[in-house]
Design a protein around this ligand. Sequence first.
Ligand SMILES: [Zn+2]
Length: 287
Amino acid sequence: MLGECHAHVIMDGKNYKEAVSLHKNGVVDKVIHDCFSKYREAGITFIRDGGDSYGVSKRAKEIAPEYGITYLTPIFAIHQKGHYGGIVGCAFENLEEYHRLVKEVKASGGDFIKIMVSGLIDFSQYGVLTEEGVEPELIGKMISIAHEEGMAVMAHCNGARTMEAAAKAGVDSIEHGAYSDEQALLAMVENGVIWTPTVSPVGNLKGGGRFDDAVTEKITEHHMEMIRRFAELGGNIALGSDAGAWRVPHVEGLWTEIEYLKKIVDESHLENTEKLIREKFCAGNVK
Ligand SMILES: [Zn+2]
């Protein structure tokens, strides 16, 4: 059975603010138990989380063995102050602070480092991200500091030039990767970067009534085209749905993601990529 390579146990696929507010006075274990029960019932035994700033993912790491689930977590994500990432993590203003956060992840039992280096897709307009990506030089430094600490790096990263910069700096996986292009895909393949394209958060918007379907379909189409090209180039594609995001419920999100990706690669490809992730995204396993 394939696992989930990009989920957020803290979110419920319905209402982000409500889901998060449950934990404002401390982590509510029941939320984690309910989530893991659902995965266990579906026979899913592998989850890689994207982290959060409320300690939910950290607690989930402790609970996961009760459910026979291998659960990998970055504890929280790390972002540059003033940029996108507050909802999932902690901010840094300079590289010393960044380094301190990397060490904190390690000391808290984190399996890998998650960095936020770009904005989000603006679902209301094709071709638009909510903000500019982090400068390539800083991305490079963030990745090398994490690697020197023996930690693999997962990057929340949209936009071709930011993806290309992260790939050239040796990032281990790129998450989302909206608005890619040939040059970015080549850089990813050349550097052995795993891509978790998380089609579901945009593909599942159709019919939701919140955004214009014509726009979200166009975004999805371009994304699928890029994933197809990446597969042709020999790139490794990971099955991760961004479960917890709006209209991407836990477990069901995985089924929609499989539907999208199976149009491009077969199950054995996804199994192989999961194997690579299981090996690489464990503290100390980075080369
Ligand atoms: Zn995510």
